[in-house]
Design a protein around this ligand. Structure first.
Ligand code: ATP
Length: 511
């Protein structure tokens, strides 16, 4: 069922000019995608909403745009050269490759589904009297399932920490995990695989320097921490944000733009006084969840997933998960990264990266709380959640992309009813009037009904139809995407009506 929905999402994204497979005429490049004419507008609007919220509306947060290439020692210091690995395993029969940890996590997710079924059953049975907390804590079946999950994840976490890959394989065998595609249990050993892409800088082979394409944007912020703090005269607590490309040689990338080899991150590192980081961590968790919910995709579609197994740099970490068509998955990570990164860069560079605190007269390395959201995953969340097939009162169907109006690629389409009698000229005049404030589009091809459907499918909130009466009384028909209601309005009222619906301030009001 949800697989069908996901297929529809992918084909809609292509058919309506949102996302294309990269290098399609050469049969495509795996897990690399291009944003098309409508996709890039939607993506830019999401970036703009994030940038405004995080940078321009916070007095103590500034933005940067650091280079993708960085000195190779950066990745030694950050731990990526030694520890940015995924454990991979191959199936000898199907020749398919998997992440060993993901196979185990998916096994746990199946047990989790059993718990959810028990909850649903009990909810039905007990009705309003149902107490979920109590049920989770006392129902013997649920308690047993939860125990199984905890034991499995704890053992996997410990083995991965110790790099005991034999035990990870043993766990897969003990749990009788099969290749999800073919059912075969004939596995190879588990191996570690570094996710960074290497490249070279320099003209001749002997003098070339080995570089990496950055696997996260965060390190560009850490390396500029002192420059920004000094030149911006920033006082703790303060943040540095950036939006940029990141690259990971993902082993398994089969979920459209959810897991790509080249993707975009929107990250913010918040520098705080040591000891205050966990308060800030809580505050940013709350702020970021509210931000996501303000997009109106449904509050029930989000949940936190706190990490039990922490990365080498963190003392607290959570994911904001979203209900994608293929289940709840990570959309944003929020990490309390301690002083790990700045300290490591101090050590490897030999330069001090400290903050002088005027109040206490002491210097120290700040602690950091990070918020990191994948722009492509945000795009997928918004896009897949907005795609609907609706049955209309007259028995026909329509496909509508009910995007939040403020981030829709095109805000209004101006449509002359016919291609003659001066209607195109008046329509063009309306376009000229609106286009500096709104991204609008002129469209004269096909019947008016077909044009409406096409605009519904790309999520355009308004259609403005110019007809013969328009020439006489300067009014047009304004059609609303969601209600399909049509009303006659004066051309001079259009800017105010459109603005009331599509202004990005509407989203801020919901934060
Ligand atoms: P995952 O566990 O799904 O691999 P991660 O925990 O490695 O993700 P982070 O390193 O925390 O991800 O990166 C921050 C954000 O960047 C993620 O929340 C996600 O939205 C995004 N992201 C990470 N990897 C990819 C990818 N391969 N394609 C698209 N977005 C990604």
């Amino acid at each position: 069922m949800s697989e069908d929905i996901f297929k529809k999402v992918i084909s809609h994204a292509k058919e309506y000019g949102f996302i294309f497979q990269s290098s399609e005429i050469y049969d495509g490049l795996s897990a690399v995608y291009d944003y098309a004419q409508n996709g890039v507008e939607l993506k830019n609007n999401l970036k703009q909403y994030w940038w405004k919220s995080m940078v321009q509306l916070h007095e103590n947060i500034v933005g940067i745009d650091s280079a993708i290439f960085m000195h190779p020692t950066t990745w030694k210091a950050s731990g990526h050269v030694d520890a940015f690995n995924d454990p991979l395993i191959d199936n000898k029969d199907s020749k398919k490759r998997y992440r060993a940890d993901v196979l185990i996590e998916e096994h746990c997710a199946k047990i989790e589904t059993k718990i959810e079924k028990e909850i649903a059953k009990a909810e039905k049975r007990f009705g309003d009297a149902f107490d979920k907390e109590q049920f989770l804590a006392t129902n013997p079946r649920v308690v047993e399932y939860q125990k199984q999950i905890n034991t499995i994840l704890e053992r996997m976490g410990k083995s991965l920490d110790k790099n005991d890959l034999e035990d990870v394989k043993a766990l897969i065998e003990e749990l009788e995990i099969a290749d999800p595609v073919t059912g075969s249990k004939n596995w190879t050993e588990v191996r570690q695989f570094n996710l960074m892409f290497g490249t070279k800088l320099g003209a001749t082979a002997e003098q070339a320097m080995d570089l990496y394409l950055r696997p996260e944007t965060a390190q560009g912020i850490f390396l500029n921490y002192l420059n920004v703090q000094k030149t911006g005269r920033m006082k703790l607590p303060f943040g540095i944000a950036q939006i940029g490309k990141a690259f990971r040689n993902e082993i398994v990338a089969r979920q459209f733009i959810f897991r790509q080899r080249e993707f975009e991150q929107m990250e913010m590192q918040f520098f705080v006084k040591p000891g205050t980081e966990l308060d800030w961590y809580e505050k940013w968790k709350e702020t970021r969840l509210k931000w996501h919910k303000s997009l109106g995709l449904g509050d029930d579609n989000y949940r936190f997933h706190d990490h039990e197994k922490l990365a080498h740099y963190a003392n607290a970490a959570t994911d904001i998960e979203f209900r994608f068509p293929f289940g709840f998955k990570e959309l944003e990570g929020i990490h309390s990264r301690t002083d790990f990164d700045l300290k490591a860069h101090e050590k490897f560079s030999g330069k001090k990266l400290q903050y002088f605190d005027n109040e206490t007269n002491e210097s120290y390395v700040p602690y950091v709380v990070e918020t990191s959201v994948g722009l492509d995953r945000l795009f997928l969340a918004v896009f897949s959640n907005s795609l609907r097939e609706e049955e209309l009162a007259d028995g026909t169907q329509r496909v509508v992309l009910a995007l939040p109006a403020a981030i829709a690629p095109i805000k209004a389409a101006i449509l002359p009813l016919v291609k003659k009698d001066g209607l195109p000229e008046l329509a063009e005049e309306i376009v000229r009037k609106l286009r500096y404030d709104f991204n609008v589009m002129y469209e004269e091809k096909d019947s008016i009904g077909k044009r409406y459907r096409r605009m519904d499918a790309i999520g355009t909130p308004f259609c403005i139809t110019v007809d013969h009466d328009s020439l006489k009384d300067n009014t047009v028909t304004l059609r609303h995407r969601d209600t399909m209601e049509q009303k006659r309005v004066a051309i001079s009222d259009l800017p105010a009506i459109i603005d009331a619906e599509v202004n990005i301030k509407n989203l801020f009001d919901k934060q």
